[in-house]
Design a protein around this ligand. Structure first.
Ligand SMILES: Cc1cc2nc3c(=O)[nH]c(=O)nc-3n(C[C@H](O)[C@H](O)[C@H](O)COP(=O)(O)OP(=O)(O)OC[C@H]3O[C@@H](n4cnc5c(N)ncnc54)[C@H](O)[C@@H]3O)c2cc1C
Length: 511
């Protein structure tokens, strides 16, 4: 092995280029942060693993510039076909909803993880970034100003020093282990699931087929969109050797389904996994953070793991960008405070669904509001105090919904178009709020501010969705959550809120 090379100092090193790490790299790149992203694998992940993208994540993809590719590469969820003897009972997992003025992406989309990963990697490259494959983070030391990491790979060992390190390297995170953080929860060693992506004949592609089995040992076959593949999930008996090879897997499936027509041919990816239910005791130590599966692992039921990881990164990205630009480092404390309770809730939800699927409990086969992640809120967290003003429909910390309005120039504005990008948005409704929004100084360093002034006579849709009854000023964070609501004392209160999230305004740099 070569002598360690010391590389130039960077802002952020991300270990792991799965959906979590790549989302963070995209968000940081578009903020102009000097970032590197490494992955120990030789190439991007090839399996279908996480295949449900929730409405809230679709909104994140809209902001990050990947929504068209994700929609084109995905499909609606097929109905379940539950095979009970010779009949297959249809079951609708989701009630397909029409888009509404406040929710442009109302339905969960089905897309294999290899395609989601590839869309994200393409976006990163468009922004000038690149995943460095075959590079493994092995250790690090940190002090009060930086983290020095040791990265190994084909090219030898490299020392990379960064202001921050983010461990997004999945459930067996080396960063988490080196921080000595417990991964609290359980792994049932007896409970294993065979997962296979394979070309399959003898099965219709218009259903996600489920065959219940004794003691909850179901088998499932989900058709993967825009491919000739199914994702098979077969829950194994405790003493069962996981079958390998197309023939053995076909025999195992035929034994469970009692259907000799089903044939598995071409296996593209195969894995045996144990559902872990675990949560890291903390998401941060000093300059080192955890995100995604490195911080929390779930059962696959409810399609939450990848979505939660992407939203971790979406929460962390703008905060790192702001602190690197000079905002108070206290802002970074809010990452764990906002995201850890969400993961704890998601773990409970996916565990409940998983246990229910085994028992074929109908409510566990139905997906609804909780899984869509649209109603997640940071209300009551460090950036969303409970004594803040509220509207009749929204509190600080809630997701800022989409709405169409006319601004005072007579231009039609969709709020999600106004939010798209790395900036904050201030929305002013009414004369006093408008004056305050104009007087609000915003720093030139860090995320910029976009101002939207609503035409009070033509904002009915906005008023209804945002629950506006009189003059109101809202500050929307770069991740699309409400950072502040003022219905009085507009300027002073928004300045106080902004101080926690943005660098100090220097007089000479003030607007
Ligand atoms: C069968 C199954 C079905 C699932 N279905 C869903 C679903 O429908 N919806 C959903 O949201 N979630 C689902 N999940 C969960 C989802 O797959 C994970 O939550 C998701 O992959 C986590 O993404 P991540 O980026 O955090 O980690 P990963 O995808 O695990 O990526 C981590 C990356 O880090 C790299 N790495 C590891 N160690 C190092 C190191 N030391 N240095 C550098 N690189 C390293 C790895 O090579 C890997 O590329 C499912 C999981 C399973 C098993």
């Amino acid at each position: 092995m070569n002598d360690p090379n010391t590389s130039p100092f960077i802002d952020v090193l991300i270990a792991g280029a799965g959906p979590t790490g790549t989302t963070l790299a995209i968000d940081l790149m578009r903020r102009g942060v000097n970032v590197r992203i490494i992955d120990k694998a030789p190439h991007s992940f090839e399996g279908s693993r996480a295949k449900g993208i929730q409405p809230r994540t679709l909104e994140v993809f809209d902001d990050l510039g990947t929504i068209d590719e994700v929609l084109a590469g995905s499909s609606d969820y097929p109905r379940l076909g539950i095979h009970l003897g010779p009949v297959a009972a249809p079951w609708r997992m989701f009630r397909n909803r029409d888009r509404t003025a406040d929710v442009p992406y109302p339905n969960t989309r089905l897309i294999p993880q290899y395609r989601t990963d590839s869309v994200l990697h393409d976006r990163l490259e468009q922004l000038g970034g690149r995943v460095e494959y075959g590079r493994e983070l092995v250790e690090f030391v940190q002090d009060s100003t930086s983290v020095t990491t040791t990265v190994t790979g084909d090219g030898g060992t490299e020392k990379i020093t960064a202001r921050y390190l983010v461990g997004a390297e999945g459930g067996s995170s080396a960063v988490r282990s080196q921080l000595g953080l417990s991964f609290l929860g359980t792994t049932d060693e007896q409970d294993r699931m065979l997962i296979v992506d394979a070309v399959t004949t003898g099965l219709s592609r218009d259903r996600w087929h489920i065959w219940p089995g004794v003691k909850g040992r179901f088998a499932g076959a989900c058709p993967l969109p825009h491919s000739d593949l199914f994702q098979w999930m077969v829950r194994l008996a405790p003493d069962e050797d996981p079958p390998e090879g197309a023939e053995t897997i076909t025999r195992r499936i035929q034994a469970q389904t009692h259907n000799r027509n089903i044939q598995v041919h071409d296996i593209r990816w195969r894995s045996v996994f144990r559902p872990n239910i675990r949560l890291a005791e903390a998401y941060r130590r000093g300059r080192v953070f955890l995100a995604g599966d490195a911080a929390h692992v779930h059962t696959p039921a409810g399609a939450q793991g990848l979505n939660t990881g992407i939203q971790d990164s979406y929460n962390l990205g703008w905060k790192l960008g702001q602190v690197l630009a000079g905002a108070d480092a206290q802002l970074l404390e809010s990452y764990e405070a906002e995201r850890l309770p969400i993961a704890a809730g998601v773990l409970g939800l996916s565990t409940q669904k998983y246990e229910g699927i085994a028992k074929l409990d109908p409510s566990s086969l139905r997906r609804g509001k909780d899984e869509q992640q649209l109603s997640l809120t940071y209300y009551g967290g460090p950036l969303a105090p409970t004594n803040c003003d509220r509207t009749t429909t929204l509190q600080v910390g809630d997701r800022a919904p989409d709405a169409e309005l006319l601004d005072t120039n007579g231009a039609s504005v969709h709020l999600f178009d106004a939010f798209r990008g790395p900036h904050f948005t201030v929305i002013a409704y009414g004369r006093d709020a408008t004056v305050a929004s104009e007087e609000l100084d915003w720093p030139t360093a860090g995320a910029p501010l976009r101002r939207v002034v609503v035409d009070a006579d033509a904002g009915e849709d906005f008023r209804h969705i945002y629950g506006i009854k009189g003059d109101t000023l809202l500050l929307i964070r770069p991740d699309g959550y409400i950072g502040h609501i003022a219905t009085r004392n507009f300027l002073a209160s928004i300045q106080t809120a902004a101080r926690a999230m943005a660098p100090v305004v220097q007089q000479e740099t003030a607007r």
